[in-house]
Ligand binder design. Structure first.
Ligand SMILES: [Zn+2]
Length: 455
């Protein structure tokens, strides 16, 4: 029998359920086995107790959209102060020089940053496979396993280069055959199914303006055959809407339907520019939406209609998006950003801190098609984030759960993934963060130098 751990009497706890959990939770193996009301004792003896009286306890945060490699091009001079299309065009030529070692460091850095911010499951959208980068997803699997974070790694793709009317440079696109063969290889090799899965693979053509119609269609067929999820960017900007009208003669959701993607297997990053009727169609189909507030503000893309989409039936989750449009990977900070940006659209009384927590936890879990994570409930995976309120920013605060978002928490004190502590005292045991940053900085410099030299 695995030993039982009682995370006892938290200062405050958000479980995502209606249950009174003020007595804490009991973890055994990789699962939560008891949820205790105030004053209640565990039903069976616990070998270990963790006193959480100074901690705010929440389910591990779930990030549903990122591009880890972009940590190498944060605040990149050529890309500053631009909207999506010109911003992308400034960066594609830099990203085209990505190398395996740089990608490994970028992935390690992003995952470390996510873990420290209370994130226990991270999805990444990697669509960049220039020559030499054929092992990009294999590298990410290795890094996620080493850190012990849960990861949903999407095999992204770009197949529509500049010469065929797409946005990305030709050196960054692959043939449809290459993409589909590698997608199948990765699913067969790494995709775990069922409760507690630590590594999952999904298929993710990049966006309407960087992939062919055929790769959208074929990816949906392959996803259906191998039972994996589908992901892409959609309705992020009005430029994209104009592109779809011009190239396909239809709006984004019609395009999505025309390629077989209007399904509960699909989750979309951004999902900003939908009309009322499109929202109903997405909701009825059960298409998930990842809201990326910081990125949407940075690129001035617009504001996702979270409440209407959720009411229509779409799961709503959160994502930090790539680290060139955020430019951080801080998940607890992103929950705050979502709270505030959604308030700007709907008003302060219609978007509560509980809404924001729900999107980042149970909502994000549904977006990823998971029912074993996202709440602190009996039988769920023990993915838990604990925050302390002993920093200047929290001093004088009253409601601990509200304070975490309103006072702007930046870092978790403890994070557990599948019953194991991965963050202790605000750090990753055994990881030298200064060394990681030094190596990562060097990789970022080398990438920028390669891009300059090729001009
Ligand atoms: Zn993105």
């Amino acid at each position: 029998m695995n030993p039982r751990l009682w995370i006892k009497s938290p200062l405050a706890i958000y479980t995502g359920t209606d249950q009174d959990a003020r007595g804490g939770i009991v973890v055994q193996g990789n699962r939560i086995v008891e949820v205790l009301a105030v004053g209640q004792q565990p039903a069976q003896p616990c070998q270990n107790t963790y006193d959480a009286r100074e901690h705010v306890v929440i389910p591990g945060l779930i990030n549903t959209h990122h591009h880890f490699y972009q940590t190498l091009t944060r605040a990149y001079p050529d890309a500053l102060n631009k909207e999506l299309f010109p911003w992308l065009k400034s960066l594609y030529g830099v990203w085209a020089h990505l190398e395996p070692e740089m990608h490994a460091l970028a992935t390690r850095l992003a995952l470390t940053e996510l873990l420290l911010s209370g994130c226990t499951t991270a999805a990444d959208h990697h669509y960049l496979f220039p020559a030499g980068m054929e092992q990009a997803i294999d590298i990410q699997v290795e890094e996620a396993r080493t850190l012990g974070i849960r990861a949903v790694l999407t095999r992204g793709s770009m197949s529509l280069g500049e010469k065929d009317g797409g946005l990305p440079p030709q050196s960054t696109v692959q043939t449809e055959e290459q993409i589909l063969l590698d997608s199948e290889r990765l699913i067969n090799r790494y995709h775990e199914r069922g409760e507690g899965a630590k590594i999952q693979i999904a298929l993710a053509p990049c966006s309407p303006f960087s992939v062919t119609t055929d790769i959208m269609r074929e990816s949906a067929v392959l996803a259906e055959r191998l039972d994996v999820r589908l992901h892409t960017h959609l309705a992020e900007t009005l430029d994209e809407e104009a592109f779809c009208q011009q190239r396909f003669g239809m709006r984004t959701v019609d395009y999505l339907e025309s390629v077989g993607w209007l399904s509960p297997r699909t989750w979309l990053a951004h999902g900003i520019h939908f009309d009322d009727q499109e929202i109903q169609r997405l909701g009825q189909a059960g298409v998930g939406i990842c809201h990326c507030p910081s990125s949407n503000m940075m690129l001035a893309s617009g504001i996702c209609r979270n409440r209407e989409l959720e009411a229509a039936g779409s799961p709503i989750g959160l994502g930090v998006d790539g680290s060139a449009s955020n430019d951080g990977s801080n998940m607890i900070n992103e929950v705050r950003q979502a709270l505030y940006l959604q308030r700007l659209r709907y008003g302060a009384s219609r978007v509560t801190h509980f809404d924001a927590y729900r999107w980042a936890t149970a909502g994000s879990a549904r977006v990823l098609g998971r029912d074993d994570i996202g709440t602190l409930d009996i039988g769920k995976q023990a993915d838990i984030a604990l925050f302390r309120l002993d920093e200047l920013r929290f001093s004088g605060s009253h409601d601990p759960l509200a304070a975490l978002l309103l006072c702007g928490a930046q870092q978790a004190d403890r994070v557990m993934v599948a019953g194991e502590w991965k963050v202790i005292d605000g750090t990753l045991p055994g990881q030298d963060l200064h060394q990681l940053m030094a190596q990562h900085r060097q990789a970022a410099k080398r990438l920028a130098a390669k891009a300059m030299a090729s001009h």
